[in-house]
Design a protein around this ligand. Structure first.
Ligand code: MGD
Ligand code: MGD
Ligand code: MO
Length: 927
């Protein structure tokens, strides 16, 4: 049977792929058939309910909805007959009869009005139906306004919510013409379980659902009323959603998802509604220098009035102070007295410049960034065993998988758009296996939920691999062809029987066996992981197990298979690629390799690169604490909140002779600065960023930075010149071109391509190749092309519960907040949804403690103590507390353990022994 169909469309013989609809074929040929309930965007199934797209098919009595009708061989289709046009007009008129007048419309430029025009209808002959039959305004949600008088029952919001984002909140109540969308059973939107991804708002063709920022108090608005729309990349997480930022009067009016390779048009609450942090009055708009008469350094600066501690300065003055401070330390104590933390929130070009600034300017490699606190251990294990630190397949490859493991990650909150693809995978029958000590929202979609004991990943994973080895479920051919170390590994794994490991991890042996068989027998399977794997003193061992598991079963290198550590920050992949890592130069080229150093010496005009790997984040902080490092340059990081045992980090920061902080806000870290340089947020600058999928994308300037704030790259270049470097970049493009000289990963990726194509995945094999979604199908970038099995032993956490600290503290994230809160606590919608510092405990634990949900508890570890509101959450194990780290008033990192993984040097954020106590109202007043 042929895969093409031939039929006649408006008198022309046309060819179409099988499975296409008449509407698609027509649209592809430039014929505009009106459509309302049909959204030609990825993920949206045509529904054929509105009849706005009817066409005539020869020999058929009734007209056909072209959005769902597939042509057949020999069919004769006419899109513009009088009959079809009259029918479409009638549909439109009936719909308009019920609409608010156009000049009072919720969205004057709605798709509905466009389509009415296209159909040749401007008003309706029909009387307006009684307005009372449906609930009208629902303004209970801070981000979205619901005006059901404009609803045409097209069901797009339901498909958006249920099928695209798979949040299952919106449904239709009532029947026929009286049907209308409801949230959960019939809650106001604001009281429902809606996670505010706004997909429904983006899908709604009439303005019945609108971004709150677009409509006025009378619910009148116009989505097309903006000065410009700029295509860029979301500034929050590593998914790298492409966005269109609509700017009006110099401010972000609203944001829409664009069909980028990662997000396919989707966004989450932060990416859609979280941008007004860039307009917050706390934005730094002028350089600041610490006053000579300032009080002691510490967390005591009021962001509304920083002038008690700092004075405003001109750029020239501030840059001089910043540069002299660093250069003086260099000449007095030597280059090693200065270290730098770069940023995974800035662009690739900025990351590259920053590491070059430290390496070239100070002659050593003591430059690092938040990757150290993040996937450092995963990357260590991947480099060791696979030969590359990046993902082997994009997360979108889950589309081709039968089985997927998500372990130690909570994508519905932390990679919400990736999560939509995971949920869709389960709807198609894919088997999702979740392994997490905490019940996550994804649990509902899982075939297996292994809620095991925290810190016992090696035990659980080794037991799974024991089953695969004992039952010979492994892929022998793959192991022979593509790996090394299997026999030692097999001998090692024999001791880890499900029965023995079950005692450690708390999952019964039979479940372990079932899961092992499910993964091993899958035709194609993927593994996704996050901080629950990496942030342990055995984080590298945890990742080694995941790698071995995939290798055993040959689940790497083919579509629908792979290893995917979900990268966190919007540009942590790119910052790492660009060399913001103490052991390696750009593209993970080791500083210990003389050839590599020679290459950079050449590109950097004679600079000698130090051959010793530099110090990592926590190691740098320790040296600062000991007084060995006396000056720091910190770009777009907030270690005074994000480092483990943060009181220690804060004391260290306070001791610095000279601290230069470059940020967009006066952060907790900037509180300790000597000079503060006001930078620009991502939507205020142009540059490239690389997401978790290895997709290099172009972020574009949508708006001017506030006041005198400057783009980060400009500030770094200026500072470099002032410490004596002969830098002469005038544009990020020149920096990108220099990066290409040493980075093979950027082969065939040019600035020009990114400017027009918006995204290219690396590795990229040619000027027309969009890049490789799946890698290592024909071997690994290691010796003899083979990946390696590295056995892992069970290691207990650095600190286990005892009598004084009987429970387990685990820290992490919430959907609405970003890390240390600097951005999201200043974003109106996000802060309104999640305004208060909180922790979560099992209801039974709360009862035992005598604490009502919403009451206060005190959490104490060996490092310190905080008070925080406690929520009841059955997802948390009875002996655990979950604490997000976004809140300065109850900073999680006062409590966390700085013990490090020996390979990745990552701290154990996910496990400390803690004491939880009730705080009485009287005590609060007294404290
Ligand atoms: N909303 C939001 N999204 C974010 C961020 C944010 O701050 N806010 N940050 C971004 C960044 S930089 C990162 S790195 C990612 C992080 O994304 P995730 O890795 O999803 O982040 P976490 O919430 O820290 O932890 C993930 C899970 O680890 C589980 N866990 C705890 N202990 C263990 C254990 O011993 N074993 C296992 N297997 N699991 C355990 C926790 O229960 C939790 O569900 O998110 C990114 N996305
Ligand atoms: N307890 C606990 N601690 C953790 C973790 C945990 O799970 N638990 N997770 C760790 C992980 S995975 C990570 S990645 C780290 C994150 O730690 P950090 O990177 O320190 O946290 P952020 O809050 O993201 O800091 C980014 C800073 O950059 C600023 N910024 C944003 N955009 C720009 C820009 O364009 N230019 C400039 N110059 N500045 C900008 C923001 O205002 C903010 O101050 O936290 C780690 N700490
Ligand atoms: Mo991270």
């Amino acid at each position: 049977m042929s895969d093409t169909i031939r039929f006649t469309l408006d008198g022309q013989e046309v060819e179409a792929e099988k499975g296409m609809t008449i509407w698609e074929v027509a649209n592809g040929r430039g014929l505009k058939i009106p459509h309302l309930c049909h959204k030609p965007a990825p993920g949206y199934r045509p529904d054929g309910n509105c009849r706005a797209c009817m066409v005539e098919i020869e020999g058929e009595r009734t007209l056909a909805a072209s959005c769902i009708r597939e042509p057949s061989d020999g069919m004769v289709v006419k899109t513009a007959t009088a009959r079809a046009q009259t029918a479409r007009k009638l549909v439109m008129e009936l719909l308009l009869a019920d609409q608010p007048e156009r000049n009072a419309a919720h969205d004057k430029s709605s798709h509905l009005w466009d389509m009415a025009e296209a159909t040749g209808v401007s008003e309706s002959r029909f009387p307006t139906l009684e307005a009372e039959r449906i609930p009208l305004l629902d303004d209970s949600h801070i981000a979205m306004k619901v005006n059901l008088d404009a609803c045409i029952q097209c069901g797009l919001c339901v498909r958006a919510c249920r099928e695209v984002q798979v949040n299952d909140v919106i449904g239709m109540a009532g029947r026929g013409h009286d049907a209308y969308p409801v949230f959960d059973l019939a809650d106001p939107m604001g009281a429902s379980t809606c996670v505010a991804c706004g997909e429904c708002v983006q899908a709604c063709p009439t303005g019945a659902l609108m971004p709150a920022t677009v409509v006025d108090e009378n619910q009148v608005g116009d989505r097309a009323d903006f000065d410009k729309a700029v295509q860029s990349v979301c500034p929050f997480c590593g998914v790298g959603c492409q966005v269109s930022i609509k700017i009006k009067d110099g401010k972000v009016k609203y944001v829409e998802g664009v069909n980028g390779p990662a997000n396919e048009g989707r966004l989450c609450v932060k990416g859609r509604f979280g941008y007004d942090y860039i307009h917050h009055p706390h934005r730094l708009t002028k350089p600041l220098i610490r006053r000579k008469d300032a009080p002691e350094k510490g967390l005591n600066v009021d962001p509304n009035n920083p002038l008690t501690h700092f004075r405003e300065a001109t750029w020239a003055e501030a840059m001089d102070a910043a540069a002299h401070g660093l250069a003086d330390l260099r000449s007095y104590y030597g280059g090693a007295s200065v270290a730098g933390f770069g940023s995974a929130k800035c662009t690739n070009e900025e990351a590259y410049l920053f590491q070059k600034f430290i390496r070239q300017g100070f002659g050593h490699n003591n430059v690092d960034h938040c990757t150290r606190l993040c996937h450092a251990s995963s990357v260590a294990a991947l480099m060791e065993n696979v030969g590359s630190g990046a993902v082997t397949a994009t997360f979108n490859e889950i589309e081709n998988a039968d089985v997927a493991i998500v372990i130690g990650a909570n994508p519905t909150e932390n990679h919400p758009v990736a999560a939509t693809f995971f949920k869709q995978f389960t709807k198609r029958g894919g088997q999702l296996i979740i392994m997490d000590p905490r019940g996550t929202a994804m649990k509902r979609h899982a075939a297996h939920m292994l809620q095991f004991r925290p810190g016992t990943d090696v035990a659980l994973l080794n037991a799974i691999m024991n089953v695969i080895v004992e039952e010979k479920l492994y892929d022998r051919q793959y192991i022979e062809g593509f790996t090394e170390g299997f026999f030692e590994f097999r001998d090692h794994i024999r001791a880890f029987t499900p029965e023995r490991m079950s005692e450690l991890c708390g999952i019964d042996a039979e479940t372990i066996r079932t899961v092992a068989r499910t993964y091993a027998r899958a035709e194609r399977a993927m593994i996704f992981w996050g901080m629950g794997i990496s942030q342990h003193i055995h984080g590298t061992d945890n990742s080694r197990c995941l790698i071995s598991l995939a290798l055993l079963c040959g689940h790497v290198g083919r579509p629908g298979t792979g290893l995917h550590p979900l990268r966190g920050q919007n540009n942590v992949q790119g910052a790492s690629d660009a060399g913001l890592i103490p052991q390696v130069l750009p593209d993970y080229q080791s500083v210990t390799d003389p050839e590599v150093r020679a290459l950079f010496k050449h590109i950097w005009r004679g600079t000698e690169i130090q051959a010793t790997p530099g110090l990592t984040v926590v190691e740098i902080m320790d040296r600062v604490y000991r007084g060995e490092i006396k000056g720091m340059y910190i770009l777009g990081e907030n270690p005074a909140m994000s480092d483990p045992d943060v009181e220690h980090a804060r004391k260290a920061l306070a001791q610095l002779d000279h601290l230069v902080v470059q940020d967009i806000f006066l952060t907790e870290t900037a509180n300790y600065a000597d000079v503060i340089l006001p930078a620009s947020a991502l939507p205020e600058k142009t540059g490239t960023v690389t997401n978790t999928n290895r997709q290099v994308q172009m972020a574009r300037k949508a708006i001017e930075p506030p006041g005198e704030a400057r783009e980060d790259w400009e500030i770094i270049v200026d500072l470099a010149r002032r410490i004596g470097l002969d830098w002469d970049y005038d544009d990020p493009r020149e920096i990108f071109d220099e990066m290409k000289m040493s980075m093979r990963s950027l082969h065939h990726i040019t600035w020009k391509r990114l400017a027009t194509e918006h995204a290219v995945t690396y590795p990229c094999n040619g000027p027309d190749d969009p890049g490789q979604a799946v890698v290592f199908g024909d071997g690994f970038p290691r010796r003899a092309g083979r990946a390696k099995f590295t056995p892992a032993r069970v290691t207990p956490p650095a600190e286990v519960p005892d009598e004084r600290f009987p429970m387990i503290l685990t820290t992490g994230r919430q959907l609405e907040h970003w890390h240390t809160g600097s951005m999201t606590r200043r974003a109106t919608v996000l802060d309104a949804v999640e305004p208060e510092a909180n922790c979560s405990l099992h209801p039974a634990t709360l009862r035992k403690l005598g604490v009502e949900p919403g009451g206060l508890v005190r959490l104490t570890t060996r490092r310190g103590s905080i008070q925080v509101m406690a929520r009841a959450d059955r997802a948390v194990a009875e002996d655990m507390v979950f604490l997000p780290f976004a809140y300065v008033e109850a900073a999680a990192n006062i409590l966390t353990n700085p013990a490090l993984d020996p390979f990745g040097k990552i701290p154990e954020f996910k496990y400390s022994a803690v004491r939880v106590e009730k705080v009485d109202a009287g005590q609060v007043a007294a404290e």
